[in-house]
Write a protein that binds this ligand. Structure first.
Ligand code: GLP
Length: 245
């Protein structure tokens, strides 16, 4: 695993954006696996700036997002489709037809998951997967569990995830209780993975995920077995990791 440390959130975001840019420049028709959450917002802002300068062209890029709340429509301002449109897609020249987010409005969970696995398969997998990290070690919405899930699944969100994400909703009661998420198997099949972490709130879980035992109780720990993972963080998020190595 390679680790890059930025001084602060902005610094880490710039490093992450550089890595994504390199991917887009080296392979203009690449498949990007994209993430939501507050962490990648700075990275997306930086990509938009470089696009506006004329340094990046997303016209041939395809993107496949990690997850979506079950039951939210794309125009709901808390849906991850809405997040991606407003934080990235609306500001770059990606063709929206080439951007994929699980269909939160599909009531048939089996169908929603199978359809999404078919989208991933038909794209030949993911070239670069961007990940954030949940406080309990979740990636996408793959919550701590007894086993690693291979394909897209419908998950019950952990109480800690619901309270962490409640800050975006009017109250915790409004946070959907379920989500569709790309499986750990698909994430592990991505050719390259970049995990972005920021803030001291992530310091303990970063240490646990990347130095602790590989266990489905800490879903991100499986990334220790991936042969091309880049961890990008700011000093605060990487502090406990650095103390322990
Ligand atoms: C959500 C998303 C994850 C994200 C996590 C961390 O639960 N499903 O993909 O990594 O939040 O979010 P944040 O970056 O806001 O800490």
């Amino acid at each position: 695993m390679r680790i890059y440390c930025g001084k602060d959130y902005e610094g880490a975001s710039r490093i992450a954006a550089n890595i994504i840019s390199a991917q887009v420049i080296m392979k203009p028709d690449c498949v990007l696996g994209l993430a939501t959450g507050s962490t990648p917002i700075g990275t997306y802002e930086q990509l938009i700036k470089w696009y506006e300068k004329g340094d990046l062209d997303f016209s041939a890029v395809h993107s496949i997002n990690l997850d979506e709340y079950r039951g939210l429509k794309p125009d709901n301002d808390q849906s991850y489709r809405y997040f991606m449109n407003t934080h990235l897609f609306d500001s770059i020249n990606i063709d929206k037809k080439n951007t994929f987010v699980p269909d939160g409005t599909e009531p048939d969970a089996d169908k929603a998951c199978k359809d999404y696995d078919e989208i991933i398969r038909s794209h030949g997998g993911i070239d670069l997967q961007v990940l954030g990290l949940g406080h309990n070690g979740h990636i996408g919405f793959n919550e701590p569990a007894d086993s690693f899930c291979k394909g897209t699944q419908c998950v019950k969100l952990a109480e800690s995830t619901i309270s962490a994400n409640a800050r975006f909703f009017a109250s915790a009661d409004e946070v959907p209780k379920e989500a569709y998420t790309m499986g750990i198997g698909s994430i592990m099949q991505a050719k390259k993975v970049i995990v972005i972490v920021s803030g001291e709130g992530k310091a303990e879980i970063v240490k646990k995920a990347f130095l602790g035992p590989v266990t489905p109780q800490v879903p991100a720990s499986i990334l220790q077995l991936h042969n091309d993972v880049i961890l990008v963080g700011d000093e605060a998020a990487l502090a406990e990791y650095y103390k322990a190595v």
